[in-house]
Design a protein around this ligand. Structure first.
Ligand code: CIR
Length: 255
């Protein structure tokens, strides 16, 4: 995991109240509260030493704050995605402009679809969720772009959650955190596994920022387990993003 110096985030539009959700939600999304949570997230990234670029929200794109899904940054390449949800495809345009001049750009093209939330990089292996958003053609295109740089791509079926990284992320130091109810742990058997119960599944999505683990608040037991592994932890209130099936990694592109 390279040390990160920069983050690109995208602001939360009013239209976020109408974002895509896997299931009908009980309580409506509180957009001002989502903005506070997003601002807090940005402040934490800045506090960890990252330079944070904040892209404007687009009111015609309710899910645009989930910027992770629009691009994957691997070494010196930025791979712009073709998001699997048609309503999200135009999100990529502003991100392409923002990345222009920062890294060489490549693009996943139809019929391939791929969401960044399905892409988990662990060293030289890239696990890609085969999900309702990412298809085999998207994975093949992605593999053709990264394999010349020595990466191996492994496709991992995801069921019951939106993206691969909704169910599994990498903490660092050979340690993976995952929810076996949604992803087959045998794909990750070469790592140490911190396995979560179904009730804890939401905190499978953690974000390692230069050795500090950002995780959703409310999972005291898991927090202790992560701290016992030697990682400093920062908890964040993610309530309004959880309602929109979003998690920590989805809110930033790090490089
Ligand atoms: C969607 O359904 O596309 C958004 N409401 C949530 C996307 C979350 N993205 C992510 O975790 N990478």
């Amino acid at each position: 995991m390279p040390p990160y110096t920069h983050a690109i985030v995208r602001e939360v539009p009013d239209a976020y109240a109408e974002c895509l959700t896997l299931e009908a939600i009980d309580a409506p999304i509180d957009v001002p509260k989502a903005r506070e949570q997003h601002a807090h997230f940005c402040a934490i990234l800045a506090g960890l030493g990252l330079e944070v670029t904040r892209l404007e929200a687009d009111e015609s794109l309710p899910d645009c704050c989930f910027i992770e899904d629009t691009a994957v940054l691997v070494d010196d390449l930025a791979i712009l995605t073709n998001p699997g949800a048609p309503s999200r495809i135009k999100e990529v345009e502003a991100v392409e402009k923002a990345l222009h001049g920062i890294k060489p750009l490549a693009k996943i093209l139809p019929p391939g679809t791929l969401d960044g939330g399905d892409v988990l990089v662990i060293g030289k292996t890239i696990y890609i969720g085969l999900s309702t958003r990412t298809n085999e053609a998207g994975i093949r295109q992605f593999a053709a772009l990264v394999e010349p740089n020595g990466y191996a791509v492994v496709s991992v079926p995801v069921s019951g959650l939106l993206h691969l990284k909704s169910a599994v992320t990498y903490l660092g130091n050979g340690q993976v955190i995952l929810a076996p109810a949604y992803v087959d742990p045998s794909f990750f058997k070469e790592y140490h596994l911190l396995e979560l119960s179904e009730a804890e599944a939401y905190c499978a999505n953690c974000l390692n920022v230069n050795g500090t683990i950002l995780m959703p608040e409310g999972y005291e037991q898991v927090k202790k387990q992560i701290e016992n592994l030697g990682f400093p932890v920062i908890e964040l209130d993610m309530s309004e993003f959880k309602k929109g099936d979003g998690a920590l990694t989805c809110k930033a592109l790090l490089y």
